[in-house]
Design a protein around this ligand. Structure first.
Ligand code: 4NP
Length: 161
């Protein structure tokens, strides 16, 4: 059984994408599908490469009992060959990935909120300049949208299961 490799992408890889990755992994663990997916996250910029997730993201996630362990890194060309799906948090991230995408890759690009019934195609807001309420909003948004993404990929990639 092939695993589906999913890369979550934001700008800095310290707020949204490591949280999206942690939520997605938690959904796979709850649904018993962890053996079917490999996940990572990365940023379009290298400004925070090597850093731990933002303290505010860690505190917010811990308040909900979600642990995040990640070291920021920038998206690289090889990611388009080693991941099946690259999932952008906002339109800027998606445009960056579209410009970077090599012609000879089968990797698919998508916007996380393409699948969001509440506001399809919207951005996951960047909480960097926001307060604790925005981190809380992003937490719940990512929880909901990654659950939807997990259902979608599970049905699409592993229809017989
Ligand atoms: P992220 O948030 O893209 O969700 O990790 C940001 C992190 C850092 C910056 C902007 C957004 N920054 O400007 O340094």
């Amino acid at each position: 059984m092939d695993v589906t490799r999913v890369l979550f992408v934001c700008l800095g890889n310290i707020c949204r994408s490591p949280l999206a990755e942690a939520h997605f992994i938690a959904h796979t663990e709850r649904k018993g599908t962890a053996h079917l997916f490999v996940c990572d996250s990365a940023g379009t910029s290298n400004n925070h490469a090597g850093a731990q997730p933002d303290r505010r993201t860690l505190i917010n996630a811990a308040s909900h009992g979600l642990e995040i362990s990640h070291q920021a890194r920038q998206v690289r060309r090889e990611d388009f060959f080693s991941f099946n799906v690259l999932v952008a948090m906002d339109q800027h991230n998606l445009s960056h990935l579209e410009r970077m995408k090599p012609a000879n890759t089968a990797a698919r690009l998508m916007l996380l909120r393409d699948l969001d019934d509440t506001d399809p195609g919207a951005d996951v807001p960047d909480p960097w300049y926001g307060g604790a309420e925005l981190f809380e909003e992003v937490y719940h948004l990512l929880h909901r949208c990654t659950e939807r993404l997990h259902e979608h990929l599970h049905q699409q990639e592993h229809p017989a299961l």
